[in-house]
Ligand binder design. Structure first.
Ligand SMILES: Cc1cc2nc3c(=O)[nH]c(=O)nc-3n(C[C@H](O)[C@H](O)[C@H](O)COP(=O)(O)OP(=O)(O)OC[C@H]3O[C@@H](n4cnc5c(N)ncnc54)[C@H](O)[C@@H]3O)c2cc1C
Length: 306
């Protein structure tokens, strides 16, 4: 990304919401469960799996967290009714982590138990580094209480992650490994692009060594190649790992990977709370910052219709 683009990316929060919505619509299934189900149906028809995220950021009240848990119950029932091949991803702050650990635990248990009743699975997304300890603690508590239909996410960006992999190994966890979207200070995170890649592979090796089920969540072609080479050297079958990508990103490559026989899952967010998620996606899109800046300038000349 050029210096100009990096500067523009930092200005994205100042861009009018309708412009952000226009450019981020490819990353979001829509506002309603019906929108998400349609996207999942299409993905399944193309041989892909899905994980559905009920967008619920900036949650401030207990009732809102209960509503998110209810929304996930509805999602499982709808998957079941439509016989869709999909699981869910949850953010612990949406389930109340910032309000109280106990409230969050209660909501998460509710979602995990509902998933189990439908023979389904819950992936706990990883948020910024202030939540890592609580997230891993909650994950461990659930597993130690016998809830095996739950997995977690680890971020290669964080320096601690290899230690976290080693600490979790005894649980044979289901882990989604990603670079990590939240930019953290150098004291706790790798800030250099190549260093994040190198740590991704160190963590991937350690996770494979521990015999866990691995979701490899990246669109980085070099990392996809290196990861698949390692999987192949270990002789893993197609049901022993999966590749994961975000809705709206590298769609042609997704198709190729499925045609090559890999299991591929697409992250499908839906809901009214699209703004914070959209900003994160746009900020990591290398081609987008300049385009949005031009569109914003254009909008000042003539009003945009949405
Ligand atoms: C399924 C899934 C779940 C995730 N869950 C989490 C999570 O729980 N916690 C967390 O911190 N992070 C999560 N992430 C985000 C992840 O940490 C990275 O921020 C994100 O995937 C971008 O990193 P990358 O590995 O794709 O590499 P990059 O180097 O960022 O991207 C490689 C290439 O992919 C393409 N690309 C990447 N992003 C975009 C985009 N938004 N629009 C257009 N093209 C793009 C570009 O061609 C880019 O050059 C998740 C990612 C995926 C795929």
């Amino acid at each position: 990304m050029s210096l100009l683009d990096s500067a523009l990316v930092r200005l994205l929060p100042a861009v009018p919401k309708p412009v952000v919505q226009l450019f981020s619509s490819r990353y979001i299934a829509g506002a309603t469960l019906a929108d998400a189900l349609q996207v999942v149906r299409d993905l399944n028809a193309g041989g892909k799996l899905a994980t559905v995220d009920v967008l619920g950021e900036e949650i401030e009240r207990e009732e809102e967290t209960r509503a998110i848990a209810q929304a996930y119950r509805d999602v499982f029932a709808a998957f079941d009714e439509a016989a869709l091949d999909a699981n869910v991803s949850v953010k612990l702050t949406a389930l109340g982590l910032d309000l109280s650990y106990e409230l969050c635990r209660e909501n998460l248990l509710d979602v995990v138990r509902t998933a189990a009743a439908f023979g389904n699975f819950v992936r706990i997304d990883m948020e910024d580094a202030s939540t890592t300890d609580a997230t891993l603690r909650l994950y461990r508590e659930l597993r130690e209480d016998g809830h095996d239909n739950v997995g977690v996410v680890l971020q290669a960006r964080l320096r601690r992650t290899l230690d976290d992999v080693r600490a979790l190994a005894e649980l044979r966890p289901s882990v989604r490994l990603c670079k990590g979207i939240y930019l953290e200070p150098a004291a706790i995170a790798f800030t250099d692009y190549e260093a994040v890649r190198a740590n991704f592979l160190r963590c991937l090796d350690a996770l494979l060594e521990s015999g866990c089920y691995l979701g490899i969540a990246t669109h980085d072609e070099w990392l996809i190649g290196e990861s698949l080479a390692r999987i192949s050297r270990r002789g893993l079958g197609p049901d022993e790992y999966e590749l994961q990508m975000l809705l709206g990103v590298r769609e042609e490559r997704r198709d190729e990977l499925v045609a090559e026989g890999h299991r591929l899952r697409v992250y499908v967010p839906f809901g009214e709370e699209w703004y914070a998620y959209s900003l994160r996606r746009l900020q990591e899109n290398p081609a987008m910052a300049g385009t949005i800046a031009r569109a914003t300038a254009g909008r000042m000349l003539r009003p945009l219709r949405l």
